[in-house]
Write a protein that binds this ligand. Structure first.
Ligand code: PPS
Length: 349
């Protein structure tokens, strides 16, 4: 009886030990699985020295997609930059060190699209209008509108109205007195017609160019210098303001005409001025005979050949040759003054 009792209790103990071992093993498997999943979901963070808008960034490396302040506008980050980040390189938004300040309808978009082919140049896509309309928003706001750049890359922005904005020279100087300034200039007569064509495309009932360019709308009478398309062509006047804040050597004047006829030559000057290697050359351009303008074989956003958009290179309306001559005569003395100030004869008739 005693022996039988002993044999039952041994079996029971054995069964209990086996059960305990199995349950311990299952518990271990289960908890280690939970722990591993939890750790995947939890951010392991390290301090990143990079600052965006003066806020130090915490760089997360988790399976969860964490969007940092720097990456707030994911849409303007190209796949190339996503790749850089994946490789541990951290592009940062910087205030521009070069600005295309004008002139309206001079060819500013063409210049920006051409120079941004350069691998060391990053450009804000659209006009930011910081130094004219958005100055009250502050430099943090301005910087948040710049593209992320890697070390050694130059940030550039173009807003053609800066050239004629009274406060812009002082404001740009306050941002950075060594900002490089690019000005694309074009024959003020053609520029005026281009400006008018753009305005008329938005307002079909607009009077003719000939009616608008003279006071009282009488052909041959006094040129209306208060009319925007005319006023903006008095380049010497606006340049005088900029030269109060910047030495001439900090400005580069690009011929809008040459930018169409021979973009590579103008781009060579631009790259030298910006201290860049001459990467953008004639091999990047082809002349599209249908459009009548140089176009690009490829750029960052396009792998196929492409031209600027429909709003660039519009057909101009016919303008009475008498009016054209009258306008040329009007602009001539002002152009001469501008040539003297810049030391460049742009060859406008
Ligand atoms: N490659 C190329 N393709 C198309 N257009 C070209 C090019 N190069 C210079 N241009 C000339 O640029 C003129 C528009 O100037 P902007 O870009 O400065 O205009 S804007 O002020 O930004 O609206 C535009 O003026 P319009 O011809 O009146 O449309 C063009 O003459």
């Amino acid at each position: 009886m005693i022996a039988m009792d002993f044999s039952i209790s041994r079996k029971t103990i054995f069964a209990l030990i086996t059960l305990a071992a199995i349950s311990f093993y299952i518990t271990y498997l289960f908890s280690s699985c939970i722990a591993s999943n939890m750790s995947k979901g939890m951010p392991k963070w390290r301090h990143n020295p990079v600052v965006a808008n003066e806020i130090p960034l915490i760089q997360y490396s988790t399976s969860v997609r964490v969007v940092s302040l720097l990456e707030s506008n994911e849409t303007d980050i190209s796949p190339k930059y996503r790749l850089f980040r994946e490789q541990g390189l951290h592009p940062v938004r910087q205030l521009p060190s070069a600005l295309v300040i004008g002139v309206k309808k001079g060819g500013t978009r063409a210049l920006l699209e051409f120079i941004r082919i350069h691998p060391d140049v990053r450009a804000a896509g659209s006009e930011v209008h910081f130094f004219d309309k958005n100055y009250h928003r502050g430099f943090q706001w301005y910087r948040s509108h710049m593209p992320p750049t890697l070390e050694g890359q130059l940030t550039i922005e173009k807003t053609p109205s800066y050239f004629i904005t009274k406060e812009a020279p002082r404001r740009v100087q306050m941002m950075n007195p060594s900002t490089k300034l690019l000005v694309v200039v074009r024959d003020p007569v053609t520029r005026a017609i281009s400006d008018y064509t753009q305005a008329a495309s938005k307002k079909p009932e607009m009077k003719t160019f000939e009616e608008m360019v003279f006071i009282n709308g009488t052909v041959g009478s006094i040129v209306d210098t208060s009319w925007g398309p005319v006023k903006l062509g008095l380049y010497y006047k606006y340049l005088t303001r900029w030269l109060k804040f910047f030495p001439l050597s900090q400005l580069l004047f690009i011929s809008g005409e040459r930018l169409i006829l021979d973009p590579a030559i103008e781009l060579k000057r631009v790259q030298d001025f910006l201290g860049l290697k001459r990467v953008v050359t004639e091999k990047h351009f082809y002349f599209n005979t249908t459009k009548g303008f140089p176009c690009l074989f490829k750029s960052e956003g396009h792998s196929a050949p492409h031209c600027l958009g429909k709003t660039k290179g519009r057909n101009h309306p016919y303008v009475n040759p008498v009016v054209l001559q009258r306008l040329r005569d009007f602009f001539r003395p002002f152009n001469m003054r501008f040539y003297q100030m810049t030391g460049i004869n742009f060859g406008w008739a």
